[in-house]
Design a protein. Structure first.
Length: 142
């Protein structure tokens, strides 16, 4: 089954809008002026004094929240051992030495240091969290 989203074209939307405006104008012209004055609500003193101010446009959220930068800096300053899981499932353990927009340099004790491209990283977590998870699994097996 092929389901396709059908959208009206911009020309159709403008045409509908123009027709609605013409209909409203025609309705206004058919009502006698005496009745129009009766039907229209009288302005309240608050609205009569202050003209309608245009509302400011909604602000666009920032592209970057700097949460990632804060996290990397915190782990670098504390020299926290991290486990970095790559897209292919390989786990790399080490401390973050520095980071860039597209890469992270990881210092490892028993192996050479690595420069990891961020698009190859699936996720990362603190090495101590893995140790506590392993301890819990060992307790459950007993």
């Amino acid at each position: 089954m092929n389901r396709k989203l059908i959208r009206p074209s911009l020309a159709e939307i403008k045409e509908r809008e123009a027709m609605q405006q013409r209909e409203r104008a025609a309705q206004r012209n058919t009502i006698p002026p005496q009745q129009r004055a009766v039907q229209q609500p009288q302005p309240t003193p608050a609205t009569a004094v202050a003209p309608a101010m245009p509302q400011p446009r909604k602000r666009i959220p920032p592209v970057e929240t700097f949460a990632e930068v804060f996290y990397y800096k915190k782990q670098m300053d504390a020299h926290t051992p991290m486990v970095i899981v790559l897209q292919d499932g390989e786990e790399i353990e080490g401390t973050i030495e520095w980071y860039d927009r597209g890469a992270i340099k990881v210092n490892r004790k028993s192996a050479p240091n690595l420069l990891l491209l961020k698009h190859n990283i699936k996720y990362m977590y603190k090495a101590e969290e893995r140790a506590t998870a392993d301890d819990k699994e060992a307790e459950q097996e007993e």
